[in-house]
Design a protein around this ligand. Structure first.
Ligand code: CAA
Length: 464
């Protein structure tokens, strides 16, 4: 039994913070954001939007576009790290909103849970739902997996310039038009870590930025090692002498907390994969220096980060490696298109990887690439921490879906925030009924109860 992604819909809030305005206000060089991190705009939620609204808006778009009725859906999963409640799952809020459109009780037959593991949980949700379909449990129904988040960091912190917000809804079935998952190769790595976490009651995370960057790379590499073993033992990929598994991945999509993280991850993985291959010799000659090693090669992440001599040399080596034509060719042809939307929108936590996938489809199609039969590899990472590597093949019917993709028109007319309005929104100085925009045809919050017996109950409406 096969399973995969049939269609995908995006909802991005219309308010945004311009990275240059932000950098100027914080006394930073705007080039650090634009070039260093690949951030030009960050989507920001209005006062009357929460992650459940974003999720419902994406899901409604997916259902309307595919003329789906609730009867067609067997499971509705939400992956998020922006939970609204310690107990009540975000799915229930979303079902409540959707039933305002489709009728009270119309989703009564539908199961689902809220999934949490920082940014990787959407990938676990996809995998579990794909397996539900493969197991023959779906009874001709589809599953919907929604990834929805508000990436919000403390004012003045180094995470503040990697914010964003949005949701992506994905339709899964046994005859997908877009991407069929490769069976029996999905691989994970997991480890108890405190690179990025949000203790109960806090709205913003505690972050160890450089630690989280390096951990992301290590965890993804570990998951890739397992993927390679599985791809070899199932016969999915059989590299010939002098080749690597990545030669067989036509397009790569990575988790993108900011868009240049994709390039960083690609450089790390290619160094790892190419090091033992004949092609490495000529690359090293072009780079003009040997690959550096930390003083303690089996040390902790802290020991590597504090080895400043190694870190400096490694940084120099990576920069030179990314300038070689071998790297550039791989980057331009297999990764670059997936980074475009992230630059325009920012970090979406769980949804970032899938915004990258969506971006790759749209911009490769615009370039005239024929994607049918091409293998997409996915590198998912969630702090805390776990990585997942999986892959899938683009299906012949993909053009039906991809030819209509236009991220700019799907986001709609965007409104630039002043720094003052951004900070007031960030610090929750405006109440939910004092929104900046007058939204139309969207779910928004219309009430949040404050009485002790009903504290936190949220009411939503679909605006006309
Ligand atoms: N012009 C051009 N480039 C510049 C520049 C300038 N004037 N100044 C700096 N840069 C470049 C730097 O060289 C660097 O690029 P390279 O790594 O290629 O050298 C880049 O800009 C970033 O500079 P820094 O590393 O000095 O940036 P920073 O320390 O201020 O912050 C960060 C970077 C650690 C990612 C920080 O934004 C952060 O803490 N973010 C939140 C945590 C995060 O996103 N971690 C990612 C992995 S964990 C994860 O993925 C889960 C998740 O979603 C959160």
């Amino acid at each position: 039994m096969t399973a995969g992604i049939d269609d995908i819909a995006v909802y991005i809030p219309k308010l945004f913070l311009d990275a240059t305005d932000f950098a100027n206000a914080r006394g930073m060089d705007p080039k650090k954001l634009e070039k260093g991190l690949g951030v030009s705009k960050m989507a920001i939620v209005d006062t009357n939007q929460d992650p459940a609204c974003l999720a419902s808006n994406a899901c409604l778009r997916l259902m309307k576009k595919n003329k789906l009725s609730p009867e067609d859906i067997g499971r509705l999963y939400i992956a998020t790290e922006s939970a609204l409640d310690e107990s009540k799952a975000m799915n229930s809020y979303v079902i409540g909103m959707l039933e305002q459109v489709y009728g009270d009780g119309s989703f009564g037959h539908c199961g689902g849970i809220e999934c949490k593991f920082a940014c990787v949980s959407g990938s676990y949700a996809l995998y579990d739902n794909a397996n539900w379909i493969r197991a023959g449990e779906a009874e001709n129904k589809s599953a919907i997996v929604i990834v929805s988040d508000i990436a919000k960091y403390e004012l003045g912190s180094s995470g503040e310039y990697t914010q964003g917000a949005g949701a992506i809804a994905m339709l899964l079935n046994d005859n997908p038009r877009l991407l069929q998952f490769d069976p029996k190769v999905t691989s994970t790595s997991i480890r108890n870590e405190y690179d990025f976490y949000r203790p109960l009651g806090r709205e913003t995370p505690i972050v160890h930025g450089q630690y989280s960057n390096l951990l992301y790379l290590i965890q993804v590499k570990n998951a890739l090692e397992l993927y390679k073993q599985k791809a070899l033992s199932t016969g999915l990929i059989k590299p010939k002498e002098g080749e690597t598994f990545l030669d067989y991945i036509d397009f790569l999509n990575m988790h993108l907390p900011y868009s240049t993280m994709g390039k960083k991850a690609l450089a790390y993985l290619l160094r790892h994969e190419w090091r033992e291959l004949p092609r490495w010799k000529s690359i090293i000659e072009k780079i003009g220096m040997e690959e550096p090693n930390p003083k303690n090669p089996i040390g902790t992440i802290e020991s590597v980060l504090s080895d400043t001599e190694f870190m400096g040399k490694d940084h120099e080596f990576t920069k030179k490696f990314t300038q070689t034509e071998e790297f550039q060719e791989f980057y331009d042809s297999r990764l670059a298109s997936s980074l475009i939307a992230s630059k325009m929108i920012g970090n979406l936590y769980t949804a970032s990887l899938y915004l990258g996938f969506r971006s790759c489809l749209e911009f490769e199609f615009q370039k005239g690439s024929d994607l049918a039969g091409k293998r997409f590899g996915f590198g998912s990472y969630g702090s805390g921490s776990s990585a997942m590597i999986f892959s899938g093949v683009i299906q012949p019917a993909y053009k039906e879906i991809v030819s209509d993709m236009n991220i700019e028109s799907e986001v709609g007319q965007r409104v630039k925030l002043s720094l003052e309005d951004y900070e007031a929104l960030h610090e929750n100085k405006r109440s939910f009924n004092d929104s900046i925009l007058n939204s139309k045809h969207e779910f928004v919050i219309v009430d949040i109860e404050n009485k002790p017996e009903s504290k936190g109950e949220r009411r939503y409406a679909y605006t006309n």
